[in-house]
Design a protein around this ligand. Structure first.
Ligand SMILES: NC(=O)c1ccc[n+]([C@@H]2O[C@H](COP(=O)([O-])OP(=O)(O)OC[C@H]3O[C@@H](n4cnc5c(N)ncnc54)[C@H](O)[C@@H]3O)[C@@H](O)[C@H]2O)c1
Length: 439
């Protein structure tokens, strides 16, 4: 084994390795915190000066990272943040956690990965391990990162430096499964890359699951998220079919879920949201299109899921119609704007589409969300209404889009003139109630 490899492994084991995390968002900040907690000196490299400043002040902007914990790590010098990429020259272990969104055309936008890799390429040196965490299509680590890092440096992967992919599985807001105890899949470009990257992650995380290649690790993440997206698409279509059949989809789902084997419960909703489930499978279908293959399940589920906000607006329209009211001019209060309960993240949230569609039809839309104070989207801007208005009952229709646990649903039900409940937040109280329309 080469000296620097022995040296890197020693530094990883005795925690003297200097860790750098590129991108301190929902994924990068918790990861940086965990490495710092485990004893490494960690520097986060983040182009957003506001985030860097927050970290310097010990103020967390990510719900899952408490400010007290962050402040203590910053105070003791274990964690710091900078926008200066030159710190990568001194890093022994680097994790890349930058965004992987879609372009307006629906194709993968790898620009953040490209910029981060170019920065890494400027400072790559012998004996460094680099791990990509951003969700992406199979082949990205080998086809995009490897040539840039190897050509810039003239170094050989698996011998002079180490490169791997490890998908992030964080579920924001979740307390039982965290970045620390959720098993972490790691696949390297070469077996020694897998070995070194696994050794590093094992120091800070409970379980590491090595796989034979970076591509397997990239694909495993896409299987997980595609599985979820397709099952949500299936159950959303079940809701539409049950509606046509005059059946209560929630009762049907609960009945099916009593089967102790061979069934996994998914629930319908107003549409997909978040940075992962609506987006990641499209990375896979894009890659397959380039290979002349159509990922049919993904296309179909995507079509059903993206149609859900419009379906919900149809339900609102019908419900108002039954009360002899048009959407145009009606006051409609949307409850919950985040993409899922008890988080402050509204990326890709179906609430955005629902509010936009209702506004297009001339409704006067108000919204309330305890986590999101204001929304600027497309050509509209709204501020969350005061808490007292949530159950004031003086709007034409209340639409429950996100079932945050802090809401008093019984109180909302007591005062509302009409409710469209897209999450079954009212439970049995909403069943057979003429003022409640459920998905
Ligand atoms: N949020 C989740 O729940 C989640 C879960 C699993 C996987 N992922 C994946 O992890 C990746 C990161 O997602 P996220 O939610 O943390 O995104 P995010 O937008 O919250 O954070 C990304 C950060 O990277 C920074 N950044 C942008 N360009 C950079 C660059 N060139 N160098 C360094 N930093 C840069 C951004 O300013 C931002 O702070 C994505 O690929 C996403 O699909 C996210």
């Amino acid at each position: 084994m080469d000296d620097f490899n022995v040296d890197l492994q020693r530094k990883i084991r005795d925690h003297s390795a200097r860790v750098a995390i590129l991108g301190l968002g929902y994924v990068g900040l918790p990861l940086a915190t965990i490495f710092a907690e485990s004893g490494y000196n960690v520097v986060g490299v983040e182009p957003d000066e506001h985030k860097v400043e927050s970290i310097r002040k010990g103020e967390s902007y990510i719900q899952d990272v408490p400010s007290e914990q962050l402040a203590s790590l910053v105070r003791t010098g274990k964690l710091r943040a900078t926008s200066d990429f030159s710190v990568l020259a001194d890093a022994d272990a680097v994790s890349i956690c930058v965004p992987t969104p879609l372009r307006k055309t629906g194709d993968p936008d790898l620009s953040f990965i490209l910029v981060a890799t170019d920065e890494m390429a400027k400072y790559i040196h012998r004996g460094v391990v680099v791990v990509l965490e951003s969700t992406t299509y199979p082949g990205t680590t080998r086809e995009i990162l490897l040539p840039k890092l190897a050509e810039a440096s003239g170094l050989e992967v698996g011998r002079d430096f180490f490169l791997a992919f490890s998908p992030e599985r964080v579920d924001p807001g979740r307390k039982d499964w965290t970045t620390y105890n959720t098993p972490k899949v790691i696949g390297g470009i070469t077996p020694s890359c897998t070995k070194v990257a696994s050794l590093w992650y094992e120091q800070a995380l409970e379980t590491v699951v090595p796989v034979s290649s970076a591509e397997s690790a990239e694909m495993a993440k896409l299987l997980e998220n595609t599985f979820r997206m397709i099952n949500i698409g299936l159950v959303n279509e079940m809701a539409i079919m049950c509606d046509r059949l005059g059946l209560d989809v929630w009762e049907v789902i609960d009945a099916a879920a009593t089967k102790p084997f061979g069934y996994m419960k998914f629930t319908p909703g107003p549409g997909l949201g978040g940075h992962c489930i609506p987006i990641d499978p499209l990375y896979l279908s894009w890659k397959l299109r380039a290979l002349n293959y159509t990922a049919r399940f993904i296309d179909l589920a995507s079509e059903i899921n993206t149609g859900m906000p419009r379906y919900v607006v149809g339900k609102i329209q019908d419900a108002l119609n039954d009360q002899a009211k048009p959407i145009k001019g009606s006051q409609i209060l949307v409850i919950g704007a985040a993409y899922k309960p008890d988080v402050d993240d509204m990326r890709e949230s179906p609430a955005l589409d629902i509010i936009g569609l209702l506004r297009q039809k001339g409704a006067e839309v108000l919204y309330h969300d305890p986590f999101i104070q204001r929304i600027q989207h497309d050509d509209w801007y709204l501020e969350s209404v005061p808490d007292v208005l949530v159950s004031a009952g003086d709007v034409d229709c209340v639409v429950i889009v996100t079932d945050h646990s802090s809401y008093d649903y019984a109180d909302i039900l007591k005062h509302a003139q009409l409710i469209v409940d897209t999450r079954n937040a009212l439970g049995d109280a909403g069943r057979s109630n003429p003022l409640v329309v459920r998905l």
